[in-house]
Design a protein around this ligand. Structure first.
Ligand code: NAD
Ligand code: ZN
Length: 360
């Protein structure tokens, strides 16, 4: 399976295939002339897959260095960013060199921002190893956090290629599967109803997703939804905002939970809340209890009861995507169709309160 991403700044392929990590050397050899490669690896991804990647590259004549970063979002920091840059310089990376990100969204974002800024931009290749990274490794958003402020410093910087080895997902913990699966459902809900229906019907549990013989194709289909949106709007001037479906509440939940709630778990809650608002404001008739049942069945948590709706609303209004304190949210017009709406604080607050009750 291969998905072509065509943006104004660059076109590249996402190769989705079991075992493709063993072939990255041969594919890159024929497509590029990198002088040196620095693999920036998440420590867990490195434990399982670093050796395979290094061998695949060295056996095709590439000069390879490896930098491993500790697992967890706290590695998307100024300190790690500087350390990776310093290492790149010490290892002799030049403008013809390439950074390979091996791991999930955390290391993809960090390594991508290094690639975007080292010597004003060098080669960049993603080797995603989490399910969530079907979202994060495509589309070219790269960033680090500034203290507690997520993704505050970054760039739009598309990779040269993405190699998605579905075998690497076999070692991924189940809660990480669930987190990434929320974004797959989102891609179905906002842009491909057939995908959503296949996921719900053929993969009624996370274990079924993991075992599915169609998995690589389902993944490619989810990536295609994102690819189409990114192709239409690379820098988020318009429709790219649709990818934020469920995310306005999700970001507030993540932050109020001090990131104890995973991104996907928060997005799952956020999508149910977006549906509730949509039923009131767009007239969509999708059944809320159906949605709650699906998400329950995959093991997603319900809306936390101890969070104060006023505090959540305040955070939602501070979201990077809110402008001048006006709340914009992505609502569902029909299954597969979303749009951005301006929301009144009072209405959102009222719906948050009743949502919390319904989610008990
Ligand atoms: P992550 O990269 O932190 O990985 C999650 C956990 O899985 C980590 O503990 C990691 O060590 C482990 N892991 C990774 N691959 C593994 C494997 N194959 N086997 C076993 N363990 C493995 O988290 P994530 O969910 O992949 O990504 C979240 C990050 O992505 C956040 O920083 C978020 O801001 C970012 N993000 C970016 C975009 C974007 O467009 N750039 C989009 C969504 C999210
Ligand atoms: Zn997301």
């Amino acid at each position: 399976n291969e998905v072509l991403i065509q943006t104004p700044s660059k076109s590249y392929s996402v190769h989705i295939e079991a075992g493709i990590r063993h072939r990255i050397g041969s594919i890159l050899k024929s497509a590029s002339s990198y002088s040196r490669i620095l693999i920036v690896a998440d420590e867990n991804a490195a434990r399982y897959y670093e050796k395979d990647c290094v061998n695949a590259l060295i056996s095709h004549g590439f000069a390879v260095s490896v930098y491993t970063v500790p697992a967890g979002d706290q590695s998307k920091s100024m300190k790690q960013y500087e350390d990776v840059l310093t290492f790149a310089l010490a290892e002799g990376l030049d403008r013809k060199s390439c950074i390979v990100a091996l791991g999930g969204g955390m290391v993809g974002d960090l390594a991508g921002f290094v690639a975007a800024s080292y010597m004003r931009g060098i080669g960049f290749v993603q080797v995603p190893t989490t399910l969530l990274a079907h979202d994060s490794s495509v589309g070219g958003k790269v960033a680090i956090n500034l203290g507690k402020a997520k993704n505050m410093v970054g760039a739009f910087y598309q990779p040269d290629a993405v190699f998605y080895d579905t075998e690497t997902l076999q070692t991924l913990p189940m809660d990480q599967w669930r987190s990434g699966f929320a974004e797959m459902l989102k891609h179905g809900i906002i842009g491909n109803v057939a995908l959503l229906e296949r996921l719900l019907k053929d993969c009624p549990t996370l274990e079924a997703v993991k075992q599915s013989s169609q998995f690589a194709e389902l993944l490619a289909t989810a990536i295609q939804v994102k690819a189409d949106i990114v192709a239409a709007d690379e820098t988020e001037a318009g429709v790219r905002a649709h990818l934020n479906f469920g995310h306005t509440l999700a970001h507030s939940l993540e932050s109020l939970s001090q990131f104890q709630l995973s991104h996907g778990d928060a997005v799952a809650i956020g999508m149910r809340f977006a549906l509730k608002l949509s039923r009131r404001f767009t007239g969509v008739t999708e059944d809320e209890s159906n949605w709650r049942q699906w998400f329950d069945q995959y093991g997603f948590p319900r809306m936390p009861q101890h969070f104060d709706p006023d505090a959540l609303l305040a955070l939602m209004k501070k979201d990077k995507k809110a402008s001048y304190g006006t709340l914009h949210m992505v609502l569902l017009d029909a299954l597969g169709v979303v749009s951005v709406r301006t929301m009144e604080d009072e209405a959102v607050l009222e719906e948050l309160r009743s949502f919390q009750k319904e989610e008990q």
